[in-house]
Design a protein around this ligand. Structure first.
Ligand code: HEC
Length: 167
């Protein structure tokens, strides 16, 4: 089949138009998809998660430090200064008593007591059995009990008579 020159021209124009449409249209349709970033790799995801955790950890640590300092200051304000052996009356064995007996309580609980030597001796066993004091035996025990018995004997009642309820 043979085409007339006019038909050839028209066909050519249609083709050219079609190409033009394709050439301009395709990029415009692709444009919205083009800038999308490639999907993150598992490594990148893991790194980002680790960074987020580290940042959260730093924030938490900063908060804890502030809270800790406030708590320390509060405790310092309400606590008595630490005791020294001078809280006990002078005498042979004072240092030993202070070292052994103030791990769990202050000297106040000792100073307010007044006992016969045998009762102080018994108290050593009671501290060990009931409260977990390391057993005190031999010369150390004698030293401690002697000091306690000398320094904290049974108290006399205010009017001079022996107090039957104290011992
Ligand atoms: C392992 C801890 C511990 C050690 C060490 C310890 N005590 Fe105690 N002691 C206690 C506890 C706990 C109590 C309180 C008992 C109670 O509340 O009934 C106590 C109570 C006492 C009391 C009061 C008893 C009473 O009549 O209520 C005296 C006195 C005493 N201790 C003396 C001593 C002496 C002296 C020493 C050293 C030789 C000593 N403690 C070492 C734990 C200890």
């Amino acid at each position: 089949m043979s085409l007339l020159p006019l038909e050839k021209a028209a066909l050519g124009a249609i083709c050219a138009l079609g190409l033009l449409v394709l050439a301009t249209d395709i990029p415009s349709r692709r444009a919205p998809h083009a800038p999308a970033a490639p999907p993150p790799t598992p490594m990148a995801l893991a790194t980002a998660a680790a960074e987020a955790r580290a940042a959260a950890g730093r924030e938490e640590a900063a908060r804890a430090t502030v809270a800790g300092r406030e708590e320390e200051a509060r405790l310092a304000a309400v606590q008595n200064p630490p005791e020294t052996a001078e809280a006990l009356p002078p005498g042979h064995g004072r240092e030993e008593v202070f070292a052994r007996c103030t791990a769990c309580h202050s000297t106040a609980i000792i100073r307010r007591s007044g006992l016969q030597p045998a009762a102080w001796d018994e108290l050593m066993d009671w501290m060990t059995e009931k409260h977990g004091m390391p057993p005190l035996e031999g010369p150390d025990r004698a030293l401690v009990v002697d000091y306690l018995a000398r320094s904290f004997p049974p108290r006399r009642a205010p009017r001079g008579g022996a107090n039957p309820f104290l011992n």
